[in-house]
Design a binder for this molecule. Structure first.
Ligand code: NAD
Length: 492
C-alpha cells in the first residue's frame, strides 16, 4: 500500500452527539473507537449515547415537531435544497471522510456524495408539491363531503448500517424532513463520522433545533432504546435481517410503524446470447463494488450452459487482476472490508465454500499485513445447499452455476428467502421482459448496471424489505393519512 497516497486529514472531526441543535456529551461519558479499516488504527473516539441520551434526543424532536409540522412544503423544500448545496460544497471532504471510515475507494465515495445530493434535491421537489388543498373524494349518493390529508408521521427513528453510510441516511432523512417529521438518527457504530459531518451540514443549513438529532452508539443501547421509545411514531431501519427481526419485535410492543430494508442474495442471469463484454462488466460491478458489501450484490451468477466456459474464463481473469488496496491510491478498484467482524465472517464463508465442495477457480491479490483486505474470490459449480449459495456473504465472493432453460434460471434465481434485486443479461428483449415479470425481486436491471434513481423505488420481496424507499413511496412511508368528513349543513 502506498502511504503517500493518503490525504492529510487536517479538518476537525465531529465526535459529540447532536441533540436539540447542540453538540453535547453523552450522559454516561462512554466513547466508541472509530477504526480506519485500511490500517486498523483508531482514527478518533466518538461519544457513544445511552438510552438516557436517546430519551433526551426524542424529547427534543418531539418539542420541535410542534412547529416543524406547521411549516409549508415550500419552506421545507428550501431547507432540503440548502442541505443539498451544503453537501455539494463539502463533497470532497465528505467523500474523503467516508473512504477513511468505511474503506471504499474514493471514486465510489464520490458517487455516494452525488447520490446524497440528488436525493435531497428530489425530496425538495416533492416537498414543494405538498402545499396543495385537501384531496376531495367523490362519494356518490351522499351529501357529506370527504377529504384526505397527508400529515407527517411524527418523531421518527432512523437506524442505518455501515456499508453506504451517507446514502442509506439520505434515503430516510430527506423524505422524513420533506414529510414534516422530526428525526433521531442512529448511525452505525462502525461508521459514525460521515453522518456526524452531515449533521454539521444540516446545522449550517439552518434547520431549527431538535428537527434532526444524531445519537451514535451501539445497536443494543441506542438502537434498541430508539425502537422502544413511546414518543417515536415510526422506525425506519436498514441493516441485517436478523436485527430487522429484533427491531420489528421491539416496535410491536408499542405498535409502531416500521420500514425495513434488510439483506439480499441476488442473482445475475446471463443468457447465451448476451454481449460477453457487457456481461463481464455487469457481473464484476454487481459483485465487487464496495468490496461486495452491498445488500444488492448480485453475487450469484446463473449462466446458460453453452456460455459458461467463456464467461468463467473472462471473469477469472478479471477477478485475478482486481487491484485491492488503499482506497485513496490511484488505480485501486477495491478497498478493505469495513470492519473486523465482517472480515472474519467473509473468511469463514470462503472456508465453508471450499468445505462444501464448491470449486475455487480464482482468488485474487490483496495486501498482507494490517487492514481488513480480502482477496476477491470466485467459486464455480457451487452446491445449492452450500451456505455460500444460500446466505448473504457481504464480501467479494462470486458464486457461479450453469442452467439449461429459462424456467431453470427463474427457479434458481427465485430459490432464496430474499428478493431484493436481480439482473438479466440478454439480447432478446422479449426474454428480458419475461424474466422481469417472473423474478421475485424489487428491482430488475436488464442489460444495465445497478443504477438507482431517487425518483423510482428501493426495496424488495420476501425477507429483504417491508415497505419501499425512494420515489413517492419513500415520502409516503413518513406520512399518516387523515380523512375528514364534513356534513353539508348542520340542521337547526
Ligand atoms: P446490522 O443489522 O448489524 O446493523 C444495522 C444498524 O442496526 C446499526 O446501526 C446497528 O447498530 C443497529 N442495531 C443493531 N442491533 C440493534 C437492535 N437490537 N435494535 C436496533 N438497532 C440495532 O447491519 P450492518 O452489519 O450494519 O449492515 C449490513 C446489513 O445491512 C446487510 O445485511 C445488508 O444487506 C443490509 N443492508 C440492506 C440495505 C437495503 O437497502 N436493503 C442497504 C444496506 C445494507
Amino acid at each position: 500500500m502506498s502511504a503517500q497516497a493518503r490525504p492529510v486529514f487536517d479538518f476537525p472531526l465531529r465526535t459529540r452527539l447532536f441533540i436539540d441543535g447542540s453538540w453535547c456529551a453523552p450522559e454516561t461519558r462512554q466513547r466508541l473507537p472509530v477504526v480506519d479499516p485500511s490500517t486498523e488504527e483508531t482514527i478518533v473516539e466518538v461519544d457513544a449515547g445511552s438510552p438516557a441520551d436517546v430519551d433526551r434526543a426524542v424529547r427534543a424532536a418531539s418539542r420541535a415537531f410542534r412547529a416543524w409540522k406547521q411549516t409549508s412544503g415550500a419552506e421545507r423544500a428550501g431547507f432540503l435544497r440548502a442541505i443539498a448545496r451544503g453537501v455539494e460544497a463539502h463533497g470532497e471532504h465528505l467523500a474523503a471522510l467516508q473512504s477513511l471510515n468505511n474503506g471504499k475507494p474514493i471514486a465510489e465515495s464520490r458517487i455516494d456524495v452525488g447520490d446524497v445530493i440528488a436525493t435531497f434535491d428530489y425530496y425538495a421537489d416533492l416537498a414543494q408539491t405538498l402545499d396543495v388543498p385537501e384531496e376531495a373524494i367523490a362519494i356518490p349518493s351522499s351529501d357529506h363531503r370527504a377529504v384526505i390529508r397527508r400529515e407527517p408521521a411524527g418523531v421518527v427513528g432512523l437506524i442505518v448500517p455501515w456499508n453506504f453510510p451517507m446514502v442509506t441516511t439520505a434515503w430516510k432523512l430527506a423524505p422524513a424532513l420533506a414529510a414534516g417529521c422530526t428525526v433521531v438518527l442512529k448511525p452505525s457504530e462502525f461508521t459514525p463520522l460521515p453522518e456526524l459531518e452531515l449533521a454539521a451540514i444540516v446545522e449550517r443549513a439552518g434547520l431549527p433545533p431538535g428537527v434532526l438529532n444524531v445519537v451514535p452508539g451501539t445497536g443494543t443501547e441506542v438502537g434498541a432504546a430508539l425502537t422502544m421509545h413511546p414518543l417515536v411514531s415510526k422506525v425506519s431501519f436498514t441493516g441485517s435481517t436478523a436485527v430487522g427481526e429484533q427491531v420489528m419485535k421491539a416496535a410491536a410492543q408499542s405498535i409502531k410503524g416500521v420500514s425495513l430494508e434488510l439483506g439480499g442474495k441476488s442473482s445475475i442471469v446471463v443468457f447465451a446470447d448476451a454481449d460477453l463484454n457487457l456481461a463481464v462488466d455487469l457481473v464484476v460491478g454487481g459483485a465487487f463494488f464496495n468490496a461486495g458489501q452491498m445488500c444488492s450484490a448480485t453475487s450469484r451468477v446463473l449462466v446458460e450452459r453453452s456460455l459458461a466456459p467463456a464467461l468463467i474464463a473472462r471473469l477469472a481473469d478479471r477477478v485475478a487482476r482486481t487491484v485491492v488496496g488503499d482506497p485513496f491510491a490511484a488505480g485501486v478498484q477495491m478497498g478493505p472490508l469495513t470492519n473486523r467482524p465482517q472480515y472474519e465472517r467473509v473468511q469463514r464463508f470462503i472456508a465453508r465454500g471450499k468445505a462444501d465442495g464448491a470449486s475455487l477457480v480464482v482468488q485474487g491479490e490483496a495486501p498482507d499485513g494490517a487492514g481488513y483486505f480480502v482477496k476477491p474470490t470466485m467459486f464455480v459449480d457451487v452446491p445449492t445447499s452450500s451456505a455460500v449459495w444460500r446466505e448473504e456473504i457481504f464480501g467479494p465472493v462470486l458464486c457461479v452455476r450453469s442452467f439449461d432453460t429459462e424456467d431453470d434460471a427463474i427457479d434458481a434465481a427465485n430459490d432464496t428467502e430474499f428478493g431484493l434485486v436481480a439482473t438479466v443479461v440478454t439480447r432478446d428483449e422479449a426474454r428480458g421482459e419475461r424474466m422481469a415479470g417472473a423474478l421475485q425481486a424489487g428491482v430488475v436491471w436488464i442489460n444495465s448496471p445497478q443504477l438507482i434513481f431517487p425518483q423510482t423505488s428501493w426495496g424488495g420481496y420476501k425477507k429483504s424489505s417491508i415497505g419501499r424507499e425512494l420515489g413517492p413511496f419513500g415520502l409516503a412511508a413518513f406520512q399518516e393519512i387523515k380523512q375528514i368528513v364534513r356534513a353539508a349543513a348542520v340542521p337547526d
